[in-house]
Design a binder for this molecule. Sequence first.
Ligand code: SF4
Length: 300
Amino acid sequence: MAAFPTVQDLAAAETDQVMALWKGLGYYSRARNLHNAARLIVNEKGGVLPQNAKEWTALPGVGPYTAAAISSICFGEPVPVVDGNVQRVMSRLFDIEHAVDRKAGKQSVDEACQLLLDHTDPGSSNQAWMELGALVCAPKAPLCAECPLVDGCLAHARKTVLQRPVKQPKKPALAVEVIFSIALRNGPGAALQWWVERRPDTGIWSQLEAFPCEMIPQSSEKQAAEKVGLFAEQTDPEERFGPVKHILTHRRMTAYFETVRAPSEKETPGRWVDVDSGDANWPRLIDKVLPELRSWIVKN
Ligand code: SF4
């Protein structure tokens, strides 16, 4: 907000500048979407912000939740905001048996929200439902005795409160091994430099900077073998830096860093950066081990 106080300021910013400011916050797609949305508003909508939920949803990164929150709170549009808290409250009030992250369950929650939305003040109504879920109808220890809705709550009457909301089981995160290749050279003034490439515009770590890398999804057989020690990693600390464990929303990463002779010509665009003094728009996985990695490079 300090760097780009208006939508015009954000639209005029360079991508690298936006990514650098977002550094360390994770969820980089949010920064990219905010930036693209600002550009779209300025370049195609004359700098005028959308005025209703449907128009907000047309912007990159704005889903039904954000659109409903903005349009009900800022513009008084009667659209329900459905976050995890509201989902929980509605699934308990109406004792919804369907999984709330599947079509039938979502529809039941939406209908309940529509029914209970106060059309005279939708912004406050939405915030009240969210607040009730956050403060009273808590996931593990709901304060039913203090709840203003206890008399009408079906799950409370049927003693199914802690079984609501029903959710479908989560898919396990994919285990991935990442091998980073670090090419080194002596740059101007004999400063040691490493080659950093700009990541592609889509996919993991898009538009950030990282060493060229290879990602190897781990097969379930290999994972099982590792569990019983058949593939115990024999990492020679002089040849590889790692393992670095890192967890993203859908991936469990184990990263290693190796030095290589030189970047191949096929690599995506990049630049030489001083190992000691230079910086880059690193993903969190690299940023968090940078001091140790630098020492390892210098030592080896
Ligand atoms: S009575 Fe209990 S379960 Fe029902 S809405 Fe209130 S806090 Fe939630």
